[in-house]
Design a protein around this ligand. Sequence first.
Ligand code: AP5
Ligand code: MG
Length: 222
Amino acid sequence: MTERGSRNIILLGAPGSGKGTQAARLTERLGVPAVSTGDIFRANIAEGTALGKEAKGYMDRGELVPDAVVIAIALDRIDANDCRNGFLLDGFPRTTEQADALDRHLAAAGRGIDGVLLLDVPTEELVRRISGRRVCRSCGASYHVTDIPPARAGLCDACDGALYARDDDNEETVRNRIEVYNVNTAPLTAYYEERKLLLRIAASGASGPDAVFADILKALRA
Ligand code: AP5
Ligand code: MG
């Protein structure tokens, strides 16, 4: 179980469960960087790198990028200097192989995971949320056309950046992403429960992002 002051945290949850939304709040509160493998891939796609070209096909179909690729990228990022006092993992690990590799890598450095936040949201709400999601091209802030609208349509409240809908946010791809989550990633719930690290957070619509954040802080005793 996480103790006050612990900093190596995983955000686990289906597509649209609010991992990115909560990571943005937590990174500010805890003072540790958020590491999103999805954001790393999207940045590489935007820059046209070899990694971006490899990842794009998988992402557009709503499939997982192969373990070997993701593991190398994620572990390398965790070893960066800014993660030495902790990190928030958003979207990694997503398979048992990734979780095992993370465990081994941290253990070899005398480190470990302090808590795994599972954001629990019903499937139909996930589809509705993602279909209405808009993301800021400049700072990555996440909005929803009706639930969490920006003050000015199409523009980010925080930085005036342009808002866009992600390529993989169409309904067909979203349903596949959720299916892939249920098959490959949901087993990690039991994996971390066995290790007494899992913290379940009810993150559905009745509670907006701020209420979910308050529950997360309580669970982390932060
Ligand atoms: P990734 O970018 O990680 O996408 P995802 O897991 O599908 O999750 P999302 O980013 O869609 O949702 P989120 O949980 O961050 O929700 P958000 O906060 O935006 O991965 C994309 C792809 O990259 C994968 O499909 C795969 O191909 C590849 N990939 C990445 N990592 C990989 C890995 N480890 N292994 C293999 N492949 C990998 O919120 C969603 C919406 O809901 C927003 O509109 C938001 O404003 C709204 N919202 C948030 N909270 C609330 C609330 N409490 N109430 C109402 N609305 C809310
Ligand atoms: Mg996200």
